[in-house]
Ligand binder design. Structure first.
Ligand SMILES: [Zn+2]
Ligand SMILES: [Zn+2]
Length: 188
C-alpha cells in the first residue's frame, strides 16, 4: 500500500485528521504530506477544510458501491465494469454482475475484470471459471466465485460443492437458482 492509500485508510478509521498528525505518523515532512493531500484532493478523494482533512464521502460511496444491490464492495470478490464510453462501475460480486447483465443495468459494457478467488490475480470475467451455489458465501447468494483456471474451480468445488462452469453456464445456473429460491440449510 502506498502512502496515499494508507492516508485514505486512516481517514476511514479515524474520520478527520490534520496534515501535521499525518506527517508525524509517516515520519515525513509537512511538504511531502501536503503534496499527497493535494493529489488526493485533485482526485476528489478527500476534502480539506479549516485545516482538517476528511474523506470525500460521496466520491467514496459511488466508487465502492455495487451498481446492482448498493452494497459496499470487497476487493476479494468485487467486479469492475468498464464501458465503451469510458465509465467505470462496480458490482460487489459475480452474482450481482450476472444480475446487472440480466437486467441490462449498464449499457455498452466493454471490459469486465475481477480477481481469482485463490491467487487474487486479475482475470477477465468472460474467460473466468466459476463455482456457483457452493457453501462458501463471501458475498451474495447463491454465490458465484471466480477462478482463472478450470482446475482451480473444480478443486474448490470438491471442498465446497456448487456447480463449475464457464461464464455462460455460471450465468444460467445463477438465474436458475435465483428462480428456484435459496436452499436453506438447517442446523439442529
Ligand atoms: Zn451487489
Ligand atoms: Zn455480492
Amino acid at each position: 500500500m502506498d502512502r496515499k492509500e494508507e492516508i485514505i485508510e486512516i481517514l476511514k478509521r479515524e474520520g478527520t485528521n490534520t496534515a501535521k498528525r499525518l506527517a508525524d505518523y509517516f515520519n515525513v515532512s509537512l511538504m511531502t504530506i501536503y503534496r499527497d493531500l493535494k493529489e488526493l484532493e485533485d482526485e476528489g478523494k478527500i476534502i480539506r477544510k479549516h485545516g482538517y482533512i476528511k474523506l470525500n464521502e460521496k466520491k467514496e460511496r459511488e466508487e465502492d458501491r455495487c451498481s446492482f444491490c448498493g452494497k459496499q464492495t470487497d476487493k476479494r470478490v468485487e467486479v469492475t465494469i468498464y464501458t465503451t464510453k469510458g465509465e467505470k462501475y462496480k458490482a460487489c460480486c459475480a452474482h450481482c454482475h450476472f444480475m446487472i447483465l440480466k437486467n441490462n443495468k449498464i449499457e455498452e459494457i466493454d471490459i469486465v475484470m475481477l480477481q481469482d478467488f485463490i491467487t487474487g490475480n486479475p482475470i477477465n470475467f468472460y474467460s473466468a471459471w466459476f463455482v456457483v451455489g457452493s457453501s462458501a458465501n463471501p458475498c451474495c447468494q447463491p454465490s458465484a466465485i471466480a477462478f482463472g483456471s478450470k482446475e482451480d474451480a473444480e478443486r474448490f468445488s470438491k471442498g465446497f460443492g456448487g456447480t463449475v462452469g464457464d461464464f455462460k453456464t455460471a450465468y444460467e445456473t445463477t438465474i436458475k437458482l435465483m428462480k428456484a429460491g435459496q436452499k436453506v440449510k438447517l442446523s439442529i
